[in-house]
Design a protein around this ligand. Structure first.
Ligand code: CU
Length: 218
């Protein structure tokens, strides 16, 4: 009996460690950490209001972002937004990279444009792991200067990283519906734009007819 119980608890422990995805050490993550909600955008099952959360000073000339990853490989995107609703305006603040090897990873010198000094924003830390996108957020106040590197800003042994263009992660930036079409396709001329919208109109009509036919058939 006792043997079965200890095996069961060991398996439970193993299962819980497998599902931890990742945690954030710096800057302090906001909200209660909920493992099962970590795949929910933008912050892992939590919608922080910048006025209600702990805020950490983040030095624009270089400060640390540190995480602990339970997967053996994945891509990372650090982003930020000044949108209080956290719905749009996500801007990349560091090159996307691949982490090989699980465990601690620290980017000691993430820099921010000086135009944001004095602002309080949400930094989003997003991982693209084998089980999909995973999200955490931190509330920061951008201040002048360079931060003192925290003592736990280090990589676990055997962890390596390399810059990776990850187009799937890039889709987590901005917000497509907030971008006017002209800004999305600056090279399209006025006349061809007309053709495009005419084409879209036909597609919309065909689509509507399809729906009507589908309804009639039901
Ligand atoms: Cu995971």
């Amino acid at each position: 009996m006792r043997f079965i119980a200890s095996v069961a608890s060991a398996m439970l422990l193993l299962a819980s460690s497998i599902h931890a995805h990742f945690t954030v050490q710096h800057p302090q993550a906001v909200g209660e950490f909920k493992d099962e909600d970590e795949n929910s955008a933008p912050c892992g099952g939590y919608n922080p209001r910048i006025s209600d959360i702990p805020i950490t000073d983040f030095h624009v000339d270089g400060d640390a972002i540190a995480t602990t990853f339970t997967h053996s490989t994945g891509e990372w995107l650090y982003r930020m937004t000044t949108d209080p609703e956290l719905k749009s305006n996500w801007t990349q603040i560091y090159p996307i990279f691949t982490q090989n090897g699980g465990g601690q990873y620290c980017s000691p010198h993430v820099t921010i444009s000086h135009e944001f000094i004095g602002q309080k924003v949400i930094i989003g830390i997003t991982a693209h792991a084998e089980d999909g996108f995973l999200y955490q957020c931190s509330g920061v106040h951008f201040v002048e200067g360079t931060g003192i590197q925290p003592s736990d800003c280090k990589n676990s042994s055997g962890v390596t990283s390399e810059w990776t263009p990850d187009s799937i992660l890039t889709s987590q930036l901005g917000h497509p519906s907030d971008t006017p079409p002209s800004a999305r396709t600056p090279s399209v001329g006025a006349s061809s734009k007309g053709e495009v919208s005419k084409g879209l109109g036909v597609m919309a009509i065909v689509g509507t007819m399809g729906v009507v036919v589908a309804i009639m058939m039901v």
